[in-house]
Design a protein around this ligand. Structure first.
Ligand SMILES: Cc1cc2nc3c(=O)[nH]c(=O)nc-3n(C[C@H](O)[C@H](O)[C@H](O)COP(=O)(O)OP(=O)(O)OC[C@H]3O[C@@H](n4cnc5c(N)ncnc54)[C@H](O)[C@@H]3O)c2cc1C
Length: 577
């Protein structure tokens, strides 16, 4: 199969590329061995330090000796190739390591995660041999900690609006600008900085900036809702002279570098979410068994079991999803942006629900700072905001799909190139002609390909998926028919399509995981996993149908009207007294 094939982008065109997801990815024995060692040392170092985590959180400070411990454990070297002194982990092992770390403390996990997932990833992906040789050994030992500096006061979701400017001067670039909310800002020595470099090549460029360069300063530690011990600061660049050899990738292609970094790093964040969910399941099951009300442990009440059961389902499905995306990356597939975005949205929202339900099951204790629930809830809230807000990622997921449907039309050919990198802005070029053709080429009953390799034990759930694919094709068709080119402004409809896609990919991942488990261990041993699949497939069927029905039958205009009314008045007007 072509390494460029994307499961979800093919699915939106009606193809189920089964070979991409079956069998479920599995780590090699060497990787498992490496992971066992990492997991063990993390446990030895971080288990049972809950009082300290609470203290660091209250103080909003990660003590330097903890950062030193992290360096000694090799936590800054996870993805760095062995030749540069790193552990050389693939995406799956990296994600699994962050999972383990996130079980203990969110601030520690984000400090390591921001370094590898985004801080130095541009260097790994696009660095020249000289750049890699110069910086990777220091980044591996933690002598240099890395940060990713994209966001600015006026450029958050709209990353292309950055104002930080780099102007060429001889062999140097002179950079001026301010970056905002940069994770690891206060402890980093290595910054991947994005700046405008107007010119025929494009509008932005990625640079390696180091703390020792004249004109680099960082602001004070931000006082945050969660992840309070992790460093978040502004980064100021005042006439910073950066040699041309510090350009990462091509001049003018900074936006592409930034998007690749974010896509490639998402399995780290997904792994972190899984770790936190596993921790919450441990806390909640113990709490519900210990706490007695009405003469018995609250674990015996149906409503508590309902919470725990859903937490288990969401944890398993998230793990399937994140592992599948990591597996695709490790197999060398190049086009996983939509799948990675889906895994980020799904993982971060499942963790948020789990944290909320765990806190609810803990009752008043959940609200007390003495217990970890409220800290975990605060820590995980940011996941839905940074590395691309979930709203923006939903638009990206659905618009890429709709764009592809148009792209299939050969008559559009090259004119659609580049839109993939920026589907939100680029969608407008799809012509009415293309949209008419889309209506003819997609639609109910046109699905090409079914699952053929799945164990018969999960056939009913595979059929739910196949029905969903028909709904997806029909939904894309209906939405495009209804809104035509103006789909770009129809975010309610776009979100519905994204939600169908998110559910279907999560179901595909779960089918694949359960299938592998049944094939390996037999249906008896895998019967609990089968139960998870049954529950999740049922949820997907109901949600997909509901989203599908809402395409034509919804209250979008009413909701919009109410929002407009509130926006006009800037308040709620129906006080009773
Ligand atoms: C703790 C923390 C750590 C961070 N770490 C880093 C880091 O290391 N490096 C870095 O570069 N940045 C970092 N950020 C910044 C982060 O990536 C941004 O906050 C994020 O991209 C969102 O940008 P914004 O906050 O400006 O929100 P905005 O872009 O202003 O968005 C506000 C709301 O509007 C919505 N919205 C925006 N545009 C649209 C649209 N077109 N359609 C529909 N809805 C829309 C958004 O979804 C959001 O709900 C960090 C932020 C925090 C809080």
């Amino acid at each position: 199969m072509d390494q460029q094939t994307s499961f979800m982008r093919s699915l939106c065109l009606g193809y189920i590329e089964e070979d991409l997801i079956v069998p479920f990815p599995e780590q090699s024995e060497d990787e498992k061995e490496l992971l066992r060692g990492v997991i063990q040392s993390l446990e030895q170092t971080f288990k049972g330090r809950d009082d300290e985590y609470r203290k660091w959180d209250r103080a909003g400070d990660l003590p330097p000796e903890v950062v030193q411990q992290m360096k000694e454990l090799g936590l800054f070297s996870l993805i760095i190739p062995e030749e540069f002194g790193g552990l050389g982990m693939n995406a799956s092992s990296y994600s699994r390591s962050l999972q383990e770390l996130a079980k203990y403390d969110g601030s520690v996990a984000i400090t390591a995660g921001a370094h590898s997932s985004i801080g130095m990833r541009a260097l790994i992906l696009f660095g020249t041999p000289e750049q890699r040789a110069k910086y990777l050994p220091k980044l591996a030992t933690g002598e240099m900690i890395a940060a990713f500096a994209l966001t600015e006061p006026g450029a958050g979701s709209d990353a292309a609006a950055i104002k930080t400017k780099a102007v060429r001067d001889g062999n140097d670039w002179v950079i001026n600008g301010n970056k905002l909310w940069i994770t690891n800002g206060g402890i980093a020595d290595f910054f991947t900085v994005f700046a405008r470099t107007e010119g025929p090549e494009g509008h932005s460029t990625a640079f390696i900036v180091t703390r020792d360069m004249v004109g680099v300063t960082t602001g004070p530690h931000e006082d945050k809702m969660g992840l309070r011990a992790s460093s978040t600061t502004t980064v100021m660049l005042d006439n910073v002279r950066v040699p041309h050899e510090n350009v990462i990738g091509e001049v003018g292609k900074g936006f592409k570098v930034a998007m690749n970094v974010l896509n490639s790093g998402r399995t780290g964040l997904g792994g972190g979410c899984i770790g936190a969910m596993k921790h919450l399941i441990e806390l909640t099951t113990k709490q519900c068994k210990e706490r007695e009300q009405f003469g018995k442990p609250i674990a015996e009440f149906g409503l508590m079991k309902q919470k725990i059961g859903h937490m288990v389902v969401e944890c398993y499905v998230t793990e399937a999803l994140v592992s599948l995306v990591a597996g695709l990356i490790d197999k060398g597939y190049k086009d996983y942006a939509v799948e990675a975005a889906i895994s980020k949205v799904f993982a971060t929202e499942c963790l948020w629900r789990s944290a909320d339900e765990a806190l609810q099951a803990a009752g008043g204790n959940g609200y007390m700072c003495e217990f970890p629930y409220e800290r975990i809830l605060r820590d995980c809230r940011i996941n839905r905001i940074f590395e691309g807000t979930n709203d923006i990622l939903r638009l990206f997921i659905a618009l890429t799909a709709m764009n592809d449907v148009g792209k299939e039309l050969s008559s559009l050919g090259k004119s659609l190139e580049g839109i993939f990198n920026d589907p939100i802005k680029g969608f407008g070029v799809i012509s009415e002609y293309a949209l008419r053709r889309v209506s003819q080429t997609t639609g109910v009953g046109k699905v090409r390909g079914n699952f053929s390799k799945l164990n018969p034990a999960i056939q009913p759930q595979a059929e739910i998926f196949e029905d969903g694919v028909r709904d997806l094709a029909a939904a894309t068709d209906r939405i495009l028919r209804k809104h035509g080119k103006s789909i770009i402004g129809k975010q309610f409809a776009t979100k519905r399509l994204a939600d169908i896609m998110i559910d279907l990919f999560a179901l595909a991942a779960t089918l694949s995981r359960v299938n592998s488990s049944i094939n390996k261990n037999g249906p008896q041993a895998a019967y609990k996993e089968l139960e998870i699949l049954q529950v999740f497939a049922g949820q997907v069927r109901r949600r997909t149908k509901s989203n599908f029905n809402k395409i034509d039958n919804n209250d979008d205009e009413l909701i919009k009207s109410l929002a407009d009314h509130a926006l006009e008045n800037e308040r709620y007007i129906w006080d009773t007294v």
